[in-house]
Structures are given as C-alpha cells and as structure tokens.
Write a new protein. Structure first.
Length: 277
C-alpha cells in the first residue's frame, strides 16, 4: 500500500498516515486519542482529488486503507470498553479480540516493510547482468583436443564399477568388549619386579603395558599393595614422577583380594615370589 502521499492532520498528530500507524503499533500514540472520522474524511478528500485528475488514484491504496481503518476502529472500540472483571461473554470476546486486532496492525506493518525491501532488491538487482558462461571462441580454440587412452571395453568396465552398488560398511564392536585383565596377575608382576629392583617408577612399571586396561589393573594392584604396606610412594612435586619403593618382605606370599576382578572367591589369591616378570 502506497500511503506516502496521504497526510493526516489531527489535533495531536500531523504527518503521513504510515507514521500514524507506526506510532500506534509502538504504543507511542493511544488509538483512543485518534479521531478516526477526521482521518476518514481526509482520505475521502484524497480519493476525490485522485478522481478529479489532480493526483493519480490508486485502488490498492484505497482498499488497504479501508482494511486498516476498520482494524483501527475495532481496536479503538475494544480500548474504550470498561476494564476489570467482565462477566458478559460478548464483552469478554471483544476484549480477547483486542490482541488479535493489534496483531493485524503488526502484520500489516511487517508486510509493508517486506514489500519495500523486495522492491529495493528488485531495483538493485535489475541493474546487474550476468556474464555468459564458457570461454570465448578465441580462447576455446587454444585448448588441446581431449585424447582418451582407454579402450571402449575398459571405459565400460570403469563405468560399471563406478555405478555398481556399494557394500554397506560394517561396524566392528570388538573394541567394546576389551579382554579382562586380572589385578591379581598384575600384582604378581609388580611384586616380582620390586623385590628384584627394590625401587622403580610407575612409568617403568607400565612401560610394557600394551593396553590401557593393563595400566589401570597395575595401578589398582599398587593401591592394594600400599594398603598392605608392602610398597611406599614418593612424589617430590605435584603431578611429577611417582617413585615406588618396596617395603614388604623379601620372600613369602602376599595375598591380594580379587574384588577388582569381579569374580567372587572364598579365599584370596596368594602371590608367589618365584619366577620372572
């Protein structure tokens, strides 16, 4: 709707009709303070001037004004109704319709804004012309001819291979079922090494561990040995190298509980000092 040429003159507002609608939708001007009859009279005068030939008459402008004016009239009527508790279903329905009427004004404003944006885009893009694709003839003649060093049978085989349906990829679940590592067995390895060397580091104890669960099992075994006071830990700096010193007996068996292995057993698993790691 083109209303830029339609101006309104009221006691509390003078300017374009579009600006009047913007003030109402932004709550900067109360619709109850707008004399809609004066606005209608001025628009009728504006239309008659178009019919007389002084200004062009836009039918779309007239239709849009009627819709907007009717919405403003309904909104003004809803605003003038008494506030507070309303028991009459008809009055309650009118009050509930107030938000719908205001939404119509916002919708009108949104459509008008988008129409202006589209018009600006069309005008801007209308000045642009795409360059035709492809090379010019003088440059196309410089390109060498394409030579295929493939026989027809080979080309057919390549095409059949490319268009053949691909096999569905298989997802392996072997990594989800890692083999169990016995804490008691790893404790046996630690005891043998510490009785032989006396002192070592945790890094050296797990240097030959091929899997992460082996590292975890040896760490749990160290905690169990420390609980039995068979080993002592020393760490000079926080998060630094962890040194492990053997404080147990030089021979005999050390019982390690199998609670970490997840298999209940009536007795503990003894660790023999004999053998090599």
């Amino acid at each position: 709707m083109t209303t830029s040429t339609f101006n309104v003159t009221l006691t509390n507002f003078t300017g374009p009709f579009d600006l009047l609608l913007q003030l109402i939708t932004r709550h900067k001007l109360d619709v109850t303070e707008v004399a809609l009859s004066v606005v209608t009279d001025e628009f009728i005068t504006h239309v008659r001037m178009g019919q007389s030939g002084e200004e062009p008459w836009d039918l779309d402008q007239t239709t849009s004004f009627i819709v907007v004016a009717a919405t403003l009239l309904d909104l003004k009527a809803a605003r003038l109704l008494p506030q507070g508790e309303v028991d009459d279903p008809e009055e309650l329905a009118v009050l509930e319709a107030r938000d719908l009427l205001f939404a119509r004004l916002l919708q009108y404003r949104a459509f008008k804004t988008m129409a202006a944006m589209f018009a600006s885009t069309f005008e801007d893009q209308g000045r642009r012309h795409a360059h035709p694709g492809g090379l010019e003839d003088q440059f196309r003649a410089l390109l060498p001819e394409v030579e295929l060093n493939v026989e027809p049978d080979q080309l057919a085989w390549l095409a059949a291979r490319a268009m053949a349906p691909k096999e569905a990829p298989e997802i392996s679940f072997t990594h989800l079922h890692a083999p169990k590592v016995s804490v008691a067995e790893q404790a046996e390895i630690i005891v043998r090494r510490l009785r032989r060397s006396g002192t070592t580091t945790f890094r050296a104890l797990v240097a030959d561990a091929e899997e992460r669960n082996v590292v975890v099992a040896r760490f749990l075994a160290l905690l169990e040995l420390a609980r039995q006071r068979a080993v002592a830990f020393e760490q000079v700096t926080a998060l630094g190298e962890l040194t492990i010193r053997w404080t147990g007996t030089g021979e005999g068996e050390i019982a390690i509980a199998d609670e970490f292995d997840g298999e209940p057993s009536p007795a503990q698993t003894p660790i023999d000092r004999e053998g090599e790691a």
